[in-house]
Design a protein around this ligand. Structure first.
Ligand code: PHE
Length: 467
């Protein structure tokens, strides 16, 4: 197999135990808070149907080819993100500085995991509340108040954050096969079964008619560049694309795994869960008369109301929030893996030591969020909507313009598919993502911060909504 000319770091020796295990771990990474916390509120804020269609376009035309690219890079290099990209560049006679692409991803995933942990701690708090029977008969106002009180009970959230962080560190510290893969193989199937149960409940008790018209009838008049940016960011976030995490996961892949097929399964499963989650959450939102554009609290405010309104609802609430916790957990361990595998490979730090060290740092950062309260939304926007699309853009440029054309053929295997995929990465992805990032950022600046744009820009991105 490919040697590493620099000599000091060799191919990963650990591999996934089985193809099923890898798929579960990869689906586990993709399916997470992005699907049922971020997707519904982002769709809600961006008007529903039209957003969802643009989101689907981004998944197919951007997410999928980049996902395949990340796996291909990882398996070809046999190393984690930064090292792997550097070694591929070196082998192609290009500058090692391309490793910077890996850094964008490491940076993004570290920031994501920092707030991901805090939202997961909120979910853990809700699991406990459900067990305590807190939601019985709760009204929408009370539920809003409960959410506010729960997240501002700092001592409590800090304790739960610590529990969540240590659980992550222990699993990641145990390695890929014995830790990450094992956890995902048990948790993901349980997750799918529970999800179906909750949807059945939501569509039978909630307002299905309004949900269908909200999710499936697009209102194109509200679409602008920031809708595209939100959809692109959501697609990257949900598929875990652009964070180079999948490069690391790809480096543990054995030769007999079919990369295109695995990517289809991962992207398909992730998208399905997002849509299903929409059908689990919006009927409840409409039934309770809540605002679909209610922001990050949507998930935490709407669900208790619905669960609280029926006998035995606490049990369903417990199931649902545990399910969300499982899914968040299998994603956060993957985010962890990015830095742990780098520390292990580059600096020879023991896995368990690296994981525990990460837990400590994340706890400190998490506490800062818990105390400030404000930065979480901002970091969510910055990482999801800017850094991940930027990471995806760089990966596309790296494969499409820096590496030799046929470098990845061996990984994609099928010649025709390779040709289509390569063209997508060389032309479509950079142009599309470049345009959306550029205009989306200006649109965001204009709408959120009231920055006055020159007239020609305004004619492209629409006028300033805030004045
Ligand atoms: N895809 C995960 C989710 O949907 C989040 C994530 C993003 C995980 C980037 C890894 C890397 O929740």
């Amino acid at each position: 197999m490919v040697g590493n000319p620099s000599g000091d770091i060799s191919r990963k020796s650990d591999t996934w135990g089985s193809r099923f295990g890898f798929i579960m771990a990869a689906v586990g990474s993709s399916v997470g808070l992005g699907n049922f916390w971020r997707f519904p509120y982002t769709a809600g804020e961006n008007g529903g149907g039209a957003f969802i269609l643009i989101y689907l376009l981004c998944v197919v035309a951007i997410g999928l080819p980049v996902l395949m690219g990340e796996y291909a890079l990882g398996r070809k290099a046999g190393m984690s993100s930064v090292e792997g990209i550097q070694s591929l560049a070196r082998n192609a006679g290009k500058s090692e500085n391309w490793g910077i692409i890996g850094w964008v991803g490491v940076f993004a995933s570290t920031f994501i995991v920092s707030f991901y942990m805090v939202i997961s701690a909120w979910i853990l708090a809700f699991v406990l509340q459900a067990i305590g029977g807190n939601f019985a008969g709760i009204t929408p106002e009370q539920s809003g108040q409960n959410f506010g009180e729960t997240i501002s009970n700092r001592g409590n959230i800090m304790g739960l954050l610590l529990v969540f962080l240590i659980a992550n560190a222990v699993i990641v510290g145990r390695g890929v096969k014995g830790g990450i893969e094992k956890a995902a193989t048990i948790l993901m199937p349980a997750f799918f079964i529970m999800l179906l149960g909750v949807v059945a409940f939501a569509v039978t008790t909630g307002d299905l008619k309004q949900t269908v018209s909200f999710l499936l009838s697009p209102d194109w008049s509200a679409v602008n560049f920031s809708t595209f940016l939100a959809a692109l960011g959501q697609a990257c976030f949900s598929l875990s694309v652009g964070s180079v995490l999948m490069v690391t996961y790809g480096s543990y892949l054995s030769r007999d795994t079919n990369i295109p097929r695995s990517s289809f399964i991962v992207a398909g499963a992730d998208t399905m869960v997002a849509i299903i989650a929409g059908f689990a959450i919006f009927p409840i939102v409409f039934q309770a008369g809540l605002d679909p554009a209610g922001g990050p609290g949507l998930f935490f405010v709407s669900l208790p109301v619905a669960f609280g309104s029926i006998p035995g609802g606490n049990i369903i609430a417990m199931v649902f929030f545990s399910l969300a916790l499982f899914a968040a957990f299998t994603s956060s361990i993957s985010l962890y893996e990015v830095s742990v595998s780098w520390l292990e490979e580059r600096h020879g730090v023991h896995r368990m030591g690296a994981s525990m060290g990460m837990a400590f740092i994340l706890f400190v950062v998490g506490v800062a969020y818990i105390y400030s309260g404000d930065y979480l939304d901002f970091v969510d926007f910055l990482t999801g909507n800017i850094l991940l699309p930027l990471g995806a853009l760089f990966i596309a440029i790296f494969i499409g313009w820096v590496l030799p054309k046929l470098d990845m053929l061996e990984e994609i295997e099928d010649q025709k598919l390779h040709a289509v995929w390569y063209t997508a990465l060389r032309w479509f992805v950079p142009v599309f993502v470049g345009i959306i990032l550029f205009f989306g950022i200006f649109d965001g600046l204009q709408d959120t911060f009231g920055v006055q744009m020159p007239a020609f820009m305004e004619s492209l991105i629409g006028s300033n909504k805030s004045v």
